[in-house]
Design a protein around this ligand. Sequence first.
Ligand SMILES: C[S@@+](CC[C@H](N)C(=O)[O-])C[C@H]1O[C@@H](n2cnc3c(N)ncnc32)[C@H](O)[C@@H]1O
Length: 234
Amino acid sequence: MWCKENMLMQNYCYYSTINEIEKEGIEGKTYLEVGCGPCPIGQILAKKGAKKIYGLDISSSMIENAEINLTKLGLMHQFELVCADIFDTTFKLPEKVDCVVLSYVLTTFINNMDMCTEILRQCKKQLKPGGHICLTDFEYVKIPCEDFWFGMYTSAECPEVFKPFQFFIDKQPEAPFDIFHIPVHTMYEAGLKAGFKQVVYRNQYPDPEHSTNPVMKRYLEECKPTDYILKFIN
Ligand SMILES: C[S@@+](CC[C@H](N)C(=O)[O-])C[C@H]1O[C@@H](n2cnc3c(N)ncnc32)[C@H](O)[C@@H]1O
């Protein structure tokens, strides 16, 4: 998968997300990874001693592939994979979890405030009291297209809130993704509307071991991304 090979995804986005989750302790904790795809965050949580990770995705092929891959990695015993729509109001896990992870999910299909609030409300229902959602995502940032220097680039104009921009990756330059522009303050507001007691925000940040990498340095200095991690506390 593209994310596995992209140095920014690995050493900036996922690195800082895991680091923030780790601040609450991982050993013995339970998680729900919503829109899990191949469970990139769950895999690391499992290796760091999570008790159980529920991986939920609406796509049955995503779930089947995740199962094959997690079995190969010897991690499947820590997972329970569920094919479901997070908007299904009857959906219920066998237990409430310590943390719900939303990694690059909302900006792929959420295109208005009501949906944004509703998905957070649905995730909140799966949390233990005092548990939290860790939401990691990005808002529009202009990434230049020259030679796929960053392995990715974006269309030139910043769209209005909840309108799409195009995101190109070097593995599939002919098939850009439509990503919905949801600025961090809009996510923050949706969290308060969904009834969370507290919402904490910070920018994603690089793994210190890779902070001098030319791609990392140029991404941070030239693109000035505001890729974010939000913690919604129940
Ligand atoms: C861009 S992928 C993110 C995958 C993974 N979280 C990551 O960080 O790479 C978004 C995922 O959300 C899933 N998804 C979209 N709508 C959903 C819904 N209503 N309920 C559950 N999953 C959904 C898609 O099938 C897809 O696998």
